[in-house]
Design a protein around this ligand. Sequence first.
Ligand SMILES: NC(=O)c1ccc[n+]([C@@H]2O[C@H](COP(=O)([O-])OP(=O)(O)OC[C@H]3O[C@@H](n4cnc5c(N)ncnc54)[C@H](O)[C@@H]3O)[C@@H](O)[C@H]2O)c1
Length: 336
Amino acid sequence: MPINTAVIGMGPIGNRHAAIYKKNPKINLVGLCEKDPSRNQKAASQFNLPCYASIEEMFSKEEIHLCSVTTGGYEYGSDHFEPTIFALTNGSHVLCEKPISNSIEKAFEMVQTAERYNKILAVNLNHRFTPAARIAKQWQLDNRIGTPLFINMSIWIHNPNESSPFFHIKALHPHSVDIMRHFFGDIEQVHCFAMKGPNRKIWSNAQFNIKFKEGAVGSLTGSYDIQRGHPMERCEFAGINGRVVIDDMYREATLYPAGDLVKSVYTNPIFGGMESFTDTFVNRINHLVDEIDRNVAPKDIDGSGLDGLKAQVALEAAVQSIMHEKVVRTDDILKI
Ligand SMILES: NC(=O)c1ccc[n+]([C@@H]2O[C@H](COP(=O)([O-])OP(=O)(O)OC[C@H]3O[C@@H](n4cnc5c(N)ncnc54)[C@H](O)[C@@H]3O)[C@@H](O)[C@H]2O)c1
């Protein structure tokens, strides 16, 4: 049975979600929702679908099983809460854009509401949905990395948005922290130094020092000041059995086995490989659709609301660390 699906918030990212759903044969895209009149009209004609001005009206007219919440707001996350709660409490699963919310309390309530209503809350942590990341995960599951030792993550992109002092940390780093958690698990402590780039008012550069609950250590370097074009993301992690480097999310994954000079390399193929960053959305969305189709339990969803919440808790610890110049324990932000 096709999954009746809607997209709420028809900015650039909502349009991207809708275009991907439209091509998925398991999906019946039934409606769109956008409160801005000109974006609303544009989306309705682009997708030849009803585009409602409010989520309440849309749910009164359509039967909906899955919603993408692609709203934005302050720190790119304040508008996610209301539509997510409404959809979850009115019978729909939700795929929410990152950050799950700019508020820890609201993010926690979103996760709890999904649990209470036994609905899926997934977050678009798209950087983990690439063949390179999947192969690296398989190397880890096959014990080719071994006991985790250290992880070095970096991500940089140009973004001139100056709307909040912590915009760079809260809006960009859900991605990087999620990749770190994906391989090394929950984060226990965070220390963060930050710097304002030339002519900037916000903390547009940051260096995080991280201790994981399992004992491994990590670092994360991020910037909103570097022009696009060159490589933008690198993840290196090591255990006693081997070290892995993932370049640019999907371009290449390399395993350097300990005590063996022959390395394994996965390279994104020219034919049939991922073509651009947009394909991370394609993979992520189609993966969730397959999970819903296979009746995967909400708690077992890859890139869940809980993953989104835990990333935000680590980032809030970084914000507190910058403000108070100290190491911050994630449990002091929220015990989960
Ligand atoms: N996963 C990624 O790689 C990635 C990349 C870029 C952006 N994003 C995220 O995608 C989200 C959207 O980004 P964008 O650039 O399209 O934002 P945007 O602000 O341009 O668009 C959001 C739209 O949502 C609408 N909206 C807000 N609340 C609404 C409501 N209650 N009902 C109906 N419409 C509502 C707004 O009018 C706006 O048109 C952000 O949270 C951002 O962080 C994710």
